[in-house]
Design a protein around this ligand. Structure first.
Ligand code: 5GP
Length: 190
């Protein structure tokens, strides 16, 4: 199979990485397709099964782990499992496209280690933990408890930033979008 490139965007929840990934998916020159992860949590807000995630039960998720169907998987939050199915990458490469991932820092680095040449691993840095808190509260799709759980994890995640190929500071969204586009463009045309 002709391998495309793997573009990984990782960051603490609320950093704006999903917004950046969605923007890049709209740029035809990048020829990107979103890697739909499997997740054991319930859909939030407007999320659609088979588009945002493959929403599966915890039991089904564990069956996939046993069968070694995952390229990487992680218990990102307690009892909330997320993972990239090997079949997902094959599906996208078969389309002749590059894969873009919106995944947690551990998963992102795992993909980088498995495919060092093909992967561009990008870390999206929020202005501050306070700003992260504000954004998560504003999103208000989750309980206070869940928000606090995400914030607690953010400091640990921020410490992994130097292990990525590049860090994008998302202080001003339009600047971050432009920078992300240029970075990905340079990488896939290299
Ligand atoms: P959320 O519940 O906000 O959609 O996602 C929670 C976290 O799990 C985010 O940091 C998201 O990027 C990450 N995530 C989503 N899919 C995957 C995946 O396939 N693997 C890993 N390791 N993390 C993922």
């Amino acid at each position: 199979m002709n391998k495309g490139k793997l573009i990984v965007f990782s960051a603490p929840s609320g950093s704006g990485k999903t917004t950046i990934v969605k923007h890049l998916l709209g740029q035809e020159d990048l020829n990107l397709e979103f890697s739909i992860s499997a997740a054991s949590r319930a859909p939030r807000g407007e999320e659609v099964d088979g588009k945002d995630y493959y929403f599966i039960s915890l039991e089904e998720f564990k069956k996939h782990i046993k069968a070694e169907d995952f390229l990487e998987w992680e218990e990102v939050y307690r009892d909330n499992f997320y993972g990239t199915l090997k079949s997902e990458i094959e599906r996208i490469w078969a389309l002749g496209k590059n894969v873009i991932f919106d995944i947690d820092v551990v998963g992102g680095l795992r993909i980088k280690h498995k495919f060092p040449e093909e992967t561009l691993a990008v870390f999206v840095k929020p202005p501050s933990v306070d700003e992260l808190k504000r954004r998560l509260k504003q999103r208000s799709t989750e309980s206070e408890d869940k928000i606090n759980m995400r914030i607690a994890k953010a400091s640990v995640e921020l410490a992994t930033a130097p292990q990525f190929d590049v860090i994008i500071k998302n202080y001003d969204l339009s600047v971050a979008l432009e920078e992300a586009h240029q970075l990905v463009k340079d990488f896939i045309n290299k």
